[in-house]
Design a protein around this ligand. Structure first.
Ligand code: BGC
Ligand code: BGC
Length: 598
C-alpha cells in the first residue's frame, strides 16, 4: 500500500465522520492525481477490456495494463465451472493487474443477466420478460441484489445487466432480455435492477451496465444487430427514457448497441453517445462497446478505433488476442498511433480514463480488492433460491382457465405430466445459461424441474406419472403438458414466424383426447402463435423462461399462490401480428397487461 492510500483513506473517513455519505464523495481529486501519474500506454491499457479466452499469456494483463477483462457467454475458467474455479481464475487475473507500476485494480465483467448464469450451481432467475410480467419492482430489485451477491462471491464486480431494450418485434431473439414492450415498464424495472445490483456501492455491490444504447429493440423486422428506422422524436420517446431513468438511479456503465439508427452504426454515433448521453443526460459513468462491435463500423480496424473513441466510447470490448484479427495489441497500437497523428485527442483519452477510474474508485476497488468467503459459500443457497421462486410464481401469466381446471388438487389419485420440457432444467432456463446460447439437459446443479416440483407438491398418495411422449395418460385425473421453445440467444434466436412447434401441438391434442382436464405450461422467450393449442387446453399458463426454481410453477398450479402475472407484451393472434405496431393496429389475441387469476 502506498502512503497516498492512507492519506486518501484518512480523508474518506473524515468525510464519513462529518456526515458526507460515501457515495456522494467526489473522487475527482483522486482520479486526477492518479491520471497525472499515468503514461499514454497506461491510459490506453485502462481502455481495454479483453475476453479471458483472448488472453493466452496472463502476463499480458501486466504488460498492457488492461483496465478490464470479461467472460463472454461461453468463456469459462480452464479449471472448471464451479464458483470456486471462477473465484480462483478471477483472483489470478486481478493479481496480474496489481503487478503493474500503479497497481490499478482490474474491473472484471460478466453477463449475469438472469442470475450469475455462467456459473454451475448459481441460482438462475426468470429472464427479464418474466420479471416484466411480475410488475413487481421491489421483487426485481431483490432478485438483482441476490444476483449481485452471487456475482461478488466469484470476485466479479460488474454485470452486463440490465438490458433495457424496449423490444418492439418479437421476431427478435433477444425479446426475452427485454422487460416488455412498454417504455414505462422497462424504465421502472430497469431502475429497480440498477438499484439491486449496485446497492450502496459497498464491497458486495456490482456495477450495473444498462444496455444496449440505443434502439436495440426497435430494429426492422426484429433482426438482431439490425437497423432501427424512426425519426428522432420517436427514438427519444420510445427508447431513451429507460436510460434517463437508469442514469438517475445511478447506473455507472452503459453498453453501446450493435444496431444502427437510420443506417448509421450506434458504435460510431457521436451525437447520441456524446451529445445526448454524456451531455444532455449528464451521464458521468463510462461507455463500453459491445463484443467486437467497433469492428463492424468499417473494413479498416484503425478507422474503427478512431470513429468509436471519437464518438465517445470509453472502453473497448475485445474478444481477440495475439494471432487473431483485430486483437487487443492491434487496438493498443492503433489508438497510440491515432493519438500521435492527432486524430484522437489527448483530452478524449483523459476523459475516457477519468470516467473508468472514477467508477473504480466509486466501487471501492482500490480499498476492497478481496472477496468475502461467506459470499462464495452462499452461491446457490436456499435463501437465494427462495427469491427466485418468488419471481417465478409472480411471473406466470394465466391465459385461460376453463371450468376451474386450475388450481389442481394436491390429492389427485393420478396426475400425468407430459412433455420432455417438464424434466429439463436447460430448457426451463433458456439462453445465456452456462453457455452463450443455453442448451437443453441437466446444464447446472441445483434447482428443480417442473416435474420434480410437482412431485414435491402433491400428497404422498398421489401417483405422478411422467410420460414425455404423452402415451401413458390412461387413468389420469388431470394432465399437465409442458412444451415450448428450445434454448437460444442473440442472433440464433431470430425467427420469421413464431408458431408453437407442431410436435408440441400434437402433444397437447393427444393429451386432450384422454378426456380429462389438460393444463398447458408454455416455456418461451416470447409469446408464440398458439393456433389450436389454446382450444385444446383447459388451462394455459405462459411461464416464460423461469430459470432453476420450478417450485414457483408448482406454487401456482396447486393454488398455494394465486396467479398475479400480467402480460408484459401483447400476445399475437397470428404471424402477421408479431410487432407491437401490428398489434396496436389490429386486435391481439390477448392485450398488453392481460391476466387471469383464481
Ligand atoms: C452481447 C452483449 C453481451 C456481450 C458480452 C454481446 O454479443 O450483445 O449483450 O454483454 O456480448 O458477452
Ligand atoms: C460469446 C458471447 C458473445 C458472442 C458474440 C460468443 O462467442 O461467448 O459472449 O456475445 O460470441 O458473437
Amino acid at each position: 500500500m502506498n502512503t497516498k492510500y492512507y492519506i486518501w483513506l484518512g480523508l474518506a473517513l473524515t468525510l464519513v465522520s462529518t456526515g458526507v455519505r460515501a457515495e456522494t464523495v467526489n473522487f475527482d481529486t483522486r482520479v486526477n492525481d492518479l491520471l497525472s501519474q499515468m503514461s499514454l500506454d497506461e491510459k490506453i491499457g485502462q481502455m481495454v477490456q479483453a475476453d479471458m479466452n483472448a488472453v493466452k499469456d496472463l502476463s499480458d494483463i501486466q504488460k498492457y495494463g488492461f483496465g478490464s477483462m470479461l467472460s463472454g457467454g461461453s468463456s469459462d475458467p480452464a479449471a472448471g465451472n464451479t464458483a470456486q474455479d471462477w473465484l480462483n481464475a478471477v483472483n489470478n487475473f486481478k493479481s496480474w493487474a496489481l503487478k503493474t507500476r500503479l497497481k490499478i485494480p482490474l474491473l472484471y465483467g460478466i453477463d449475469a443477466v438472469h442470475g450469475h448464469n455462467n456459473i454451475d450451481g448459481a441460482v438462475i432467475f426468470p429472464h427479464h420478460i418474466g420479471l416484466g410480467a411480475t410488475r413487481d419492482a421491489k421483487l426485481v430489485e431483490q432478485a438483482e441484489r441476490t444476483t449481485a451477491l452471487e456475482v461478488a462471491g466469484t470476485g466479479i464486480r460488474w454485470a452486463f445487466d440490465p438490458c433495457i431494450a424496449v423490444a418492439q418485434n418479437e421476431r427478435w431473439g433477444r425479446t426475452y432480455e427485454s422487460f416488455g414492450e412498454s417504455t414505462e415498464l422497462v424504465s421502472e424495472l430497469g431502475t429497480a435492477a440498477v438499484r439491486g445490483l449496485q446497492g450502496d456501492l459497498g464491497p458486495n455491490s456490482v456495477l450495473a451496465c444498462a444496455k444496449h444504447f440505443l434502439g436495440d429493440g426497435g430494429t426492422q423486422n426484429g433482426v438482431d444487430q439490425g437497423n432501427t428506422i424512426c425519426d428522432e422524436a420517436t427514438l427519444r420517446k420510445l427508447y431513451l427514457p429507460p436510460y434517463r431513468a437508469a442514469i438517475q438511479a445511478g447506473a455507472k456503465s452503459i453498453m453501446v448497441s450493435y444496431s444502427s439508427w437510420n443506417g448509421k452504426k450506434m458504435h460510431g454515433n457521436k451525437y447520441l453517445l456524446t451529445d445526448v448521453l454524456k451531455g444532455e443526460l449528464g451521464f458521468q459513468g463510462f461507455l463500453v462497446s459491445d463484443w467486437a462491435a467497433i469492428d463492424q463500423i468499417s473494413a479498416d480496424y484503425k478507422s474503427d478505433i478512431e470513429a468509436s473513441i471519437n464518438a465517445g466510447q470509453d472502453m473497448i470490448m475485445i474478444p481477440n488476442g495475439p494471432g487473431q484479427k483485430n486483437n487487443y495489441v492491434d487496438f493498443i497500437t492503433g489508438l497510440k498511433a491515432l493519438v500521435a497523428e492527432n486524430k484522437v485527442s489527448q483530452a478524449r483519452i483523459d476523459d475516457a480514463v477519468r470516467r473508468i477510474l472514477r467508477v473504480k474508485f466509486q466501487l471501492g476497488l482500490f480499498e476492497n480488492p478481496g472477496t468475502d468467503p461467506a459470499l462464495t459459500a452462499a452461491i446457490g443457497s436456499a435463501e437465494h433460491r427462495h427469491v427466485a421462486r418468488a419471481c417465478v410464481r409472480e411471473s406466470l401469466v394465466l391465459l385461460k382457465n376453463s371450468n376451474h381446471a386450475l388450481p389442481l388438487a394436491k390429492n389427485l389419485k393420478r396426475l400425468v405430466v407430459v412433455g420432455e420440457a417438464a424434466d429439463d432444467i436447460g430448457v426451463q432456463c433458456g439462453g445465456w445459461t452456462i453457455d452463450w446460447q443455453g442448451r437443453a439437459g441437466a446444464v447446472t446443479h441445483g434447482g428443480t424441474t417442473i416435474l420434480a416440483a410437482i412431485r414435491q407438491a402433491v400428497s404422498p398418495e398421489t401417483q405422478v406419472i411422467f410420460s414425455s411422449d404423452g402415451n401413458e395418460t390412461k387413468g389420469a385425473d388431470a394432465i399437465v403438458v409442458v412444451v415450448g421453445e428450445r434454448p437460444y440467444a442473440e442472433m440464433k434466436g431470430d425467427r420469421k414466424t413464431l408458431d408453437l412447434a407442431a410436435s408440441d401441438l400434437a402433444l397437447i391434442e393427444k393429451a386432450k383426447a384422454a378426456g380429462v382436464p389438460v393444463t398447458t405450461i408454455l416455456f418461451s422467450g416470447r409469446p408464440l402463435v398458439l393456433g389450436r393449442a389454446l382450444d385444446a387446453s383447459d388451462a394455459f399458463i405462459a411461464a416464460w423462461l423461469p430459470g432453476t426454481e420450478g417450485q414457483g410453477v408448482a406454487d401456482v398450479l396447486f393454488g398455494d399462490f394465486k396467479p398475479t402475472g400480467k402480460l408484459p407484451r401483447a400476445w399475437p393472434a397470428s404471424n402477421e401480428q408479431l410487432s407491437t405496431s401490428a398489434m396496436q393496429a389490429g386486435k391481439p389475441l390477448f392485450p398488453y397487461g392481460f391476466s387471469l387469476s383464481y
